[in-house]
Design a protein around this ligand. Structure first.
Ligand code: T1G
Length: 706
């Protein structure tokens, strides 16, 4: 637990420990308690000096982001008031920094006269990562302490910096390996004696920026920001604020910072980035599975299938230092899988991203095998064989007969019904879906598919394992395609329809890439493999003959143009070159296919392209929410932000729809439904959209924090 302020007296030094569970964020109550604590210590004649510290092993995660866009955020005393109270103290105030000291927390420390840190502490100004800038004087005080260039690195990088890297810099007066409090109290006592002898207290605000070539530094930084962050307004404004530190008196610079902060606070980009911050954390929570749910141990794993997915999954365990068996049915396939893993590590060693000895240590945790008996003792086994139900059922029948009691039986299926798979075992409670995204050792997203029988401890264990594998896990219910692929199916259908109607793959890819997607649908399909979609459509044609599809993608696959892996797909590729080149063969294929359709080709503008693709995601996402496949809209956003290249500064498809306004989205869908060639039935707005739109509601207000 943390209380807003704990006060301790050590000799003539008052130690003020501010706090707020879980990360000592500086919400209104904490700001008030700290300010009152400082004022009381200043007024107490028995106190000669003050130490300010956090609680529970950390200093502070900064301002309370949960307060943003609420009256509490600007409730007095603001962070500026807290810092002013500290700077006005006639007694030395020393910040004792341990753990994380971020954002407004570091800005409070910058307001102190002195700062002492444990060498294990990490300091940073991550505001830019949520679309903001340090808004409590950080852009003005930090450059005065460490110079413009270093301040730019800290503020634009947004990353926590180990305290030891600031050793000897004006930012930290001491960096100690232990006894932080002792060091802080000693420094405070020594400085009190100096004050008593008439020496003035140092204030960061009174310093001057000493860099000689500020203009050049800022010019270079601005060029880099323009190129690297075309869609993010915060980095450029960070530079404007830092420039004010170098060119304006402190108070004027502070006013400039405040103005720029206010502009960013109301920007859609910052709202989206803050939404994404909380959405990622909310996704880890399962409403009916409490944190106290007992977990099963996972100290060893097994992967069935040494193909691209299986080896990628195995690498995740190796990277988490979890021993893993890799099982195949044939020696040749197994050897190929092992070689793929070894090549992956060799590549990382070659690029200097991994030490040779670390690569060896990881590879030593891998046990290739052809025998199910060899893996019987593993705590979790993940099946990653061909996407065919009969094959998966056979594997799970064997696993059920082989694996030790209590082992978690997971399937990496990307669309098949895990209830059916669980049904062939005697332990359906131990069966769960772990849908990794290719390349499995790179993509952060992991869809954890909860079967109707999956037990709560298996679910909780798998979510915890996901964190150990450095994955962002999102729980999905069972449906065809779960969350991500079910939505991308509608997205792809609209993309192919638009080619039938007159748009080119290049135009469609260009439009959504300008919207911010990392990759348009055709380049993405070429990367993933056009045959994967082909295989799924062939199943759909049998299972759901009522769903209409363009047949163009099938024609492409019939030519063997599966994408990058065959050197040709919607685009042509050259060996060793990932650049997509327009393909005359495809142009001809499109022309001849269109000739078979009753559609008069037309020009489709970028707005319609983006609306049809993004709102296809939104409409299907709303249905997924209504069916309880996803438990919150922000989970759907996280799936798209971490697995499908949706632009983070737009917060995800559901957040974007909220930003547009659901009433406008609903009206646009009704407009799109008038097009007879884009599956008009699909464009009936999901009932949830209509309900929220008519109530002026939003997806995010219906669930996660924004
Ligand atoms: N405000 C409110 N809640 C926060 C928070 C914050 N700053 N930081 C974390 N939390 C919550 C988080 O939502 C989760 O809640 C719990 O704490 C644990 O977080 C004026 C304007 C500190 C490195 O951007 O980087 O200061 O889900 O799961 O992995 O210039 O949290 O349990 O309910 O991430 O151990 C700037 C953001 C604020 C830091 C800890 N500061 N936080 O990581 O735990 S703006 C940040 C982090 C600002 C001033 C400006 C990380 C962490 P719940 P967690 P973790």
């Amino acid at each position: 637990m943390a209380s807003n302020l704990l006060v301790e007296r050590l000799g003539a030094v008052a130690v003020l420990r501010f706090g707020a569970a879980p990360v000592n964020s500086l919400g209104a109550d904490t700001r008030r308690a700290l300010t009152e604590g400082v004022n009381a210590a200043v007024a107490d004649s028995a106190v000669a000096a003050i130490v300010i510290a956090g609680q529970n092993g950390l200093f502070s995660a900064g301002a309370d982001i949960k307060e943003f866009n609420t009256p509490a955020m600007f409730a007095a005393p603001t962070l500026h008031n807290v810092i002013t109270a500290i700077e006005n103290s006639p007694k030395p105030v020393v910040a004792a920094i341990e753990g994380t000291c971020l954002g407004g927390g570091l800005e409070v420390a910058l307001g102190c006269h002195y700062r002492v840190a444990l060498e294990s502490a990490k300091l940073g100004l991550p505001e830019v990562k949520i679309g903001l800038l340090p808004g409590a004087g950080g852009t003005q005080r930090l450059p005065r302490l460490i110079g413009v260039e270093n301040a730019i690195n800290v503020i634009l990088g947004g990353e926590p910096v180990p305290a030891k890297l600031f050793k000897g810099s004006p930012l930290l007066d001491a960096v100690v390996s232990d006894d932080l409090l002792g060091a802080a109290v000693k420094l405070a006592t020594d400085k009190a004696a100096e004050v008593a002898s008439g020496k003035p207290l140092p204030l960061a605000r009174n310093g001057r920026v000493r860099d000689s070539n500020v203009e050049a530094i800022l010019g270079f930084a601005r060029t880099m920001v323009k190129a690297q962050y075309p869609n993010y307004p915060a980095p450029a404004k960070c530079l404007d604020a830092i420039e004010a530190a170098a060119t304006q008196p402190f108070e004027t610079g502070l006013a400039t910072e405040r103005r720029l902060f206010g502009e960013l606070l109301i920007s859609p980009e910052s709202r989206a980035l803050r939404h994404a911050f909380f959405a990622e954390r909310a996704a880890a929570k399962i409403d009916d599975v409490p944190d106290s749910t007992p977990l099963r141990a996972v100290q060893s794993a097994a992967v069935i299938g040494a193909g691209t997915m299986g080896t990628g999954i195995a690498i995740n365990f190796l990277n988490a230092n979890i021993p893993v068996f890799l099982l195949e049915v044939g020696q040749d396939a197994l050897d190929k899988g092992v070689a793929r893993i070894q090549d992956t590590y060799a590549g990382q060693v070659k690029k200097g991203r991994l030490k040779p000895e670390d690569a060896q240590a990881k590879a030593a945790l891998l046990t290739p095998t052809l025998s199910y008996e060899a893996i019987a003792g593993a705590d979790i086994v993940i099946e990653a064989v061909f996407e065919d139900m009969a094959i998966k059922e056979k594997v799970f029948t064997t696993l059920d007969a082989t694996m030790k009691p209590g082992a978690i039986l997971a399937t990496n299926t990307s669309t098949l019904d895990i209830n059916t798979i669980a049904g062939v075992t005697k332990r359906p409670g131990d069966v769960i879906g772990t849908h990794f995204f290719s390349p499995a050792n790179v993509m952060r997203l992991l869809e954890v598919v909860r079967g109707s029988a999956t037990s709560k401890d298996v679910l909780a264990t798998t979510m915890k394992l996901a964190k150990a594998l450095k994955k962002t896990a999102v729980v999905s219910g069972v449906c065809d395609g779960f969350i991500g692929n079910r939505m991308i199916e509608q997205y792809s259908r609209q993309a192919f329809f638009m080619v039938d109607e007159g748009a080119s793959p290049e135009e469609i890819d260009a439009a959504v890439e300008a919207f911010g997607f990392a990759m348009g649908p055709f380049r993405m399909s070429d990367l993933a493999g056009n045959d994967i979609g082909w295989h799924i459509r062939k199943r759909r044609y049998v299972e759901h003959p009522e769903i209409t599809y363009s047949k163009l993608a099938d024609r492409l696959c019939e030519l063997g143009r599966f994408g990058q892996k065959t050197g040709a797909g919607w685009y042509d590729y050259k060996p060793g070159d990932r650049q997509a080149y327009s393909a005359p063969v495809v142009d001809e294929l499109i022309r001849s296919y269109r000739a078979t359709l009753p559609i008069k080709p037309r020009k489709i503008d970028a707005t319609e392209i983006v609306d049809r693709l993004v709102y296809a995601l939104v409409n299907e996402g709303a249905k997924i929410l209504e069916e309880g496949i996803a438990s919150r809209a922000s989970d759907i956003d996280i799936v798209y932000l971490t697995g499908y290249g949706f632009p983070v500064w737009r917060g995800g498809p559901m957040c974007y729809a909220d930003e547009v306004g659901l009433y406008a989205v609903m009206q646009r869908m009704e407009q799109l439904a008038r097009n007879p060639y884009g599956d008009p039935g699909f464009w009936t707005p999901a009932p949830l959209i209509r309900k929220l739109a008519l109530a002026s509601g939003s997806f995010t207000s219906a669930g996660a924090r924004s």
